[in-house]
Design a protein around this ligand. Structure first.
Ligand SMILES: [Zn+2]
Length: 300
């Protein structure tokens, strides 16, 4: 290796570690109070739900491993009670990344059956590559799983978790705090932005829309919705989102029916139309949204 390449590599490496360092330091955990006992925590990655009950803290999703200490400190500000349950809404790393760090003491991790399966197969690769220890691998895995639904009780509160089929992934679940009237929808809802639907992990367009419809049956006008990403929301906004999803679906279905290819649809901004301005500025840009809908619907 010549010296110039060497020094370039060294500066690239230090640049990379500097970016990582500043990323961790810059992340602030912000707490929104949604009801008397339920809070939403935002940092980096999926929104965290925290319920402070009579006996214990019930936590939903945990973002990334590197943020665990900050998240724990933020929860400590809300309550000294133990985190009895940590619920994973689905398997993605920005919702389950902190599992191993939280899986200690009396904390039990709960999720749908497929979350355990997918986290296990993903982390198996890291274990084989010796990136993580066997202990860490084991702690990443949900310890209690369910197929359809599971209910928790604490004082006056009933916490109902239910699975929705093939929506964002094949292991999504929503968590509804009945007395507090707050629901965490996980990544079956991206408030104010186009959705990411993970077709390679069992997600589907129809399942995603059906998940919204199921949530709409459970909630009322006063329910506060914690979306997987975006600000807290409500029934009216969710209804408008279903309209958006169904309109875009019918436009893509029409394009498919008239023989349009993926390339045609990728090049056609009329699919999103006016929605692009409002919903196309998040992680999923208009073109990527068109790709997800086309690939998801061509299978029908
Ligand atoms: Zn996700």
């Amino acid at each position: 290796m010549n010296n110039m390449v060497k020094s370039l590599l060294i500066s690239l490496c230090s640049l990379a570690s500097l970016t990582l360092y500043s990323q961790n330091n810059d992340v602030k955990i912000v707490v929104d109070t949604l009801s008397s006992d339920v809070y939403m925590l935002t940092g980096q990655g999926g929104n965290i739900g925290v319920y402070v009950g009579e006996e214990y803290v019930f936590m939903i999703d945990d973002q990334f491993d590197r943020l665990s200490n900050k998240i724990k400190a933020a929860i400590k500000q809300l309550s000294d009670k133990p985190i009895a349950f940590l619920f994973n809404t689905h398997m993605h790393g920005d919702h389950t990344g902190g599992n191993a760090k939280f899986n200690e003491g009396n904390t039990t991790i709960v999720a749908h059956d497929n979350v355990r399966k997918r986290v296990k197969s993903n982390k198996q690769k890291d274990l084989d590559a010796k990136k993580i220890s066997l202990d860490y691998f084991t702690k990443m895995l949900p310890e209690v799983t369910f197929s359809d639904d599971i209910t928790f009780y604490d004082g006056e509160e009933t916490i109902m978790a239910f699975h929705v089929h093939n929506a964002h992934t094949d292991g999504d679940a929503m968590v509804y705090f009945v007395s507090n009237n707050v629901i965490h929808m996980g990544d079956t809802y991206f408030n104010g932005r186009y959705p990411y639907i993970d077709l390679n992990s069992g997600g589907s367009i129809d399942g995603f829309i059906n998940a919204h419809k199921k949530a709409l049956m459970v909630i009322n006008e006063d329910t506060v919705i914690i979306p997987g990403h975006g600000r807290p929301s409500n029934k009216k906004e969710l209804q408008a989102y279903v309209t958006l999803m169904e309109e875009i679906k019918s436009r893509v279905m029409a394009a498919i029916a008239s023989g349009k290819t993926l390339e045609d649809v990728l090049a056609d901004p009329s699919i999103g139309g006016d929605y692009d301005k409002t919903y196309g500025n998040g992680y999923i840009k208009p073109e990527r949204m068109r790709e997800i809908f086309y690939k998801g619907l061509i299978k029908n």
